[in-house]
Design a protein around this ligand. Structure first.
Ligand SMILES: C[S@@+](CC[C@H](N)C(=O)[O-])C[C@H]1O[C@@H](n2cnc3c(N)ncnc32)[C@H](O)[C@@H]1O
Length: 209
């Protein structure tokens, strides 16, 4: 399976119809979390089974991973989990899909692809225009969680989000986890690898104000 997919490829410009929240989840009124770059979905499977009072959506650009994850959801009859294939930036920016952003309580960007070369920075999922679009559509108090083991990428994401005055940083020690699904109880696949190899992890939480 290809490890890196160019999100700017024209393949991802065409956006298929996205199912409504009623079609994705048995109870569309539950708290709603989005994981961007969900890969095989292990993080969301773990969360969905533990937190049945939340709905979880994963968006992933590698189609095979999404097909397999969605088959697993159906096979296990999980009612609060759904996976969408495509470039998250394009999907969320599409006016027909604004219902996703408007209903979210939180979003996670876990270990997004770093795209190390400067000329490839524009392929990074967090971009000023994307954060601006989120800031215009997210409800107040929606949380954004970022996590990475690449310091340069952390600085880039942190400065991009912090420079938008609609987001404030939440100090981890002041964060009331009881009001969230507590994403830090569950490790992502990349996070498990980073922990085993004792690699530093950089993370931050922001709130839309
Ligand atoms: C390094 S992996 C991390 C996977 C997982 N979040 C974790 O922490 O283990 C980054 C994932 O983001 C996906 N991805 C990258 N850019 C994306 C985009 N614009 N939209 C959706 N998925 C994207 C990649 O295909 C890959 O599966």
């Amino acid at each position: 399976m290809r490890q890196h997919v160019n999100p700017l490829s024209s393949n991802f410009k065409q956006i298929e119809r996205i199912p409504s929240l009623h079609e994705m989840f048995v109870d569309p009124k539950l708290n709603f979390h989005l994981d961007v770059g969900s890969a095989a979905g292990d993080f969301l499977f773990d969360l969905a089974l533990v937190n049945t009072s939340w709905n979880y959506l994963g968006i992933e650009i590698r189609e095979k991973l999404v097909k397999n994850a969605q088959l697993k959801v159906l096979k296990r009859e999980i009612k609060n989990l759904y996976f969408l294939f495509g470039n998250a930036n394009n999907i969320l920016d599409d006016f027909q899909n604004k219902f996703i952003i408007k209903n979210l309580k939180s979003i996670s960007f876990n270990f997004p692809d770093p795209w190390f070369k400067k000329r490839h920075y524009k392929r990074r999922v967090i971009q000023p225009e994307f954060i601006n679009m989120l800031s215009n559509s997210l409800q107040k108090e929606t949380l954004i969680f970022i996590k990475t083991d690449v310091k340069d990428l952390f600085d880039y994401m942190d400065s991009t989000i912090s420079s938008n005055f609609h987001f404030k940083t939440i100090d981890k020690k002041d964060f009331n986890y009881s009001e969230s699904f507590n994403p830090n109880k569950v490790q992502t696949t990349r996070e498990k690898y980073a922990s085993i190899n004792k690699v530093d992890i950089f993370e931050q939480i922001y709130m839309k104000i």
